[in-house]
Design a protein around this ligand. Structure first.
Ligand SMILES: Cc1cc2nc3c(=O)[nH]c(=O)nc-3n(C[C@H](O)[C@H](O)[C@H](O)COP(=O)(O)OP(=O)(O)OC[C@H]3O[C@@H](n4cnc5c(N)ncnc54)[C@H](O)[C@@H]3O)c2cc1C
Length: 343
């Protein structure tokens, strides 16, 4: 029986393992289950290679409350930081093992959990679900014609073309970064955003696209709403806006964020109020000993890597006080051990 099974080896799952180890939970009492072939799959697969990973993503303060922290840095160093962190815990990680079901049962008056994966069954006293929200990117409300499947994307890493006319849809940091990346690799880029002043972007991302606009390098279609997308005679997406004439593109990249995997959580018995799972300030659900961590616990405004690190700190505080009787270190452990970036 494990003390803690962590589902998902992203920034939240990794930092929770780090926090648990720092609080004295033995490494053999913790297990991490990750469905991808490597940890931090969202960073690995969705971030463009040259991206600057910002600590104040989505305007969140890059202030850390727990053991793990990060400054602004590139994608490779971010992955190295997380790689060192997960290795330093000594905790066993099972890769390519997707969790399909979690059931709770009572033993000696306490909640216990049975976790079913693609490869086996595990029992644990506590479970933290840290599977993020990017397994299900947010889709537009209108239908995308099937014929456009190869020309409509939810990330910029799944195609490797040049010199195309591409529409990015969205108004947050990811939308801005996708515009910058696609422009940099040689595309003609337009951005469609419902709002006027890009208030959801951090100052760097906002300034960067405004500068590109001033230089005539990208086109920002402010206050535009897309009604539908159809297929041109050449098989390209034709975007019909409410406010301006239809435009034909080579590709569309939707940058609308992710969505909570509601069905997965509801089947486990987690209740929701409107679209948000019911959790307390430490991420604990109504099922005692079952926690949501990272992006999953951060509500509609979404999360960031640092906010995932901080969420893990709150979760370990509750785990230690309520169930594991461990001791969360009072002083922040020096950043250095986690910053040793092995090249
Ligand atoms: C394009 C893009 C750019 C971003 N840029 C930044 C940035 O610059 N700075 C920043 O701070 N944040 C950025 N973010 C946000 C940041 O990546 C997330 O907030 C962060 O990754 C959340 O961490 P998490 O551990 O909660 O979830 P995730 O990183 O989503 O990790 C979840 C993990 O769980 C695994 N998993 C999913 N389902 C299962 C299952 N059933 N069983 C087992 N494992 C499962 C996944 O494979 C994944 O490895 C960006 C996001 C995107 C998409």
């Amino acid at each position: 029986m494990y003390s803690l099974v962590i589902i998902g080896a992203g920034p939240a799952g990794i930092s929770l393992a780090v926090e648990a180890r720092a609080a004295g939970v033995p490494k053999e009492k913790i297990l991490i289950l990750e469905k991808a072939e490597a940890h931090s799959w969202v960073i690995r697969s969705l971030y463009p290679d040259k991206k600057l990973v910002t600590a104040n993503y989505k305007g969140q303060k890059g202030v850390c409350h727990g053991v793990m922290c990060m400054p602004d840095m590139d994608k490779a160093d971010t992955l190295n930081l997380l790689d060192n962190a997960i290795k330093n815990t000594g905790v066993e990680v099972h890769y390519q093992e997707e969790v399909s079901k979690i059931a709770s049962f009572h033993e000696n008056g306490k909640n216990r959990f049975e976790i079913e994966t693609s490869k086996g069954l595990y029992e644990s006293e506590n479970v933290a679900i840290a599977i993020g929200i990017f397994g299900r990117p947010r889709k537009p409300s209108y239908k995308i014609p099937k014929d456009l499947r190869k020309r409509v994307h939810f990330d910029v890493t799944s195609f490797d073309t040049r010199d195309e006319h591409i529409l990015v849809v969205g108004g947050g940091d990811t939308a801005s970064e996708n515009v910058q990346f696609l422009h940099e690799v040689g595309h003609q880029v337009e951005l469609s955003y419902r709002g006027k002043d890009f208030h959801r972007m951090n100052p760097i991302n906002k300034q960067s696209i405004l500068l590109l606009e001033t230089q005539g390098e990208v086109t920002l279609l402010r206050e535009t709403n897309i009604e539908k997308v159809t297929v041109s005679d050449e098989g390209k997406p034709v975007v019909h806006f409410k406010e301006i004439e239809p435009r034909t593109y080579d590709r569309i990249v939707y940058s609308l964020g992710g969505t909570t995997p509601q069905n997965f959580l509801k089947v486990i018995g987690i209740t929701f109020t409107e679209d948000s799972p019911d959790i307390d300030e430490y991420g604990e659900t109504g099922i005692k000993g079952l926690f949501l961590c990272g992006d999953l616990s951060l509500g509609k405004k979404g999360g960031s890597i640092v906010s995932a690190f901080n969420a893990s700190r709150r979760t370990i505080e509750a785990l230690c006080a309520r169930y594991l009787h461990c001791a969360v270190p009072v002083h922040k452990i020096d950043l250095e051990p986690w910053m040793e970036v092995k090249k």
